[in-house]
Ligand binder design. Sequence first.
Ligand code: LER
Ligand code: MN
Length: 300
Amino acid sequence: MPRYGVHAMVWVGAWSHAEAERAIACAARAGYDLLEIPLLDPDKIDLAHTRTLLELHNIKAAVSLGLPAEADVSSVDLVEVRRGSAILAKALHATTALGGDYLGGVIYSALKKYSRCASPAGRANAVAVIRDLAREARLANIDIGLEAVNRYETNLLNTGAQTLRFIDEVGEANVFVHLDTFHMNIEEADCVGVIELCAERLGYFHVNENHRGYLGSGSIAFSPSFRALRRIGYDRTIAFEAFSSSVAGEALGAMVAAWRDVWSDSNDIAEHALAFMRREFADALRSESLVSLGERQRVG
Ligand code: LER
Ligand code: MN
């Protein structure tokens, strides 16, 4: 069975003690196995405090981030690349300190709208940084996830196929593809096909509506993707992600262009999402069993 996660920005836009307490307690109360903590400022997070809360509420942590423009590991400017590696080293330290086993997101470039294509030299820098990060992470049993995001948030990895090629170049066994239905909906020609293509290397799956609101209230057809996850025997993390301007606040709102107040009741949307994802996964099992029963009957 997969583990179900939720992004902390469903509750909070920063990570003070009070915000950590709220996000961790609410995610656990809603029934999630894991809380994805965005590492907004690695120097400001009180790791011991967060770890104590995670243990108290019996919930795992994953760490995610998008690199800032001035710390872009896919740059040809080595000062920027070094700044990016330093942030990733801190993020890896934070993941270990929180007892997490997953560090991912847009960690292979900046999370920003680029005005030109990625250069071969910049891409090679990103591959080298992720390789070094993965080697360090392996020592702590941490998996690294590269999230394919849409064209307005990176110029390097917009699709699952591009991410697989990049991972081949990195050549480390603990680097995985991280897919997100919001980004797949914009960039993939075939959302089912990409899940099947990435099967062996799929390490994390974000479930998101096209408007980042309540699952099922937008235009994304989730059932085919859940059936594909079942077919490939996916048993890693399925995490709900949603952003709304009133909850995410200015800084994060700007990063992911959450300009509208799409929803406002954090506990309600989180509970709704967990029930939705569990139902989709259970229905996917039923429909896959019906397909294989039909196949057996045709053959017999
Ligand atoms: C951003 O669009 C997103 O989907 C986040 O998961 C990025 O880390
Ligand atoms: Mn995402």
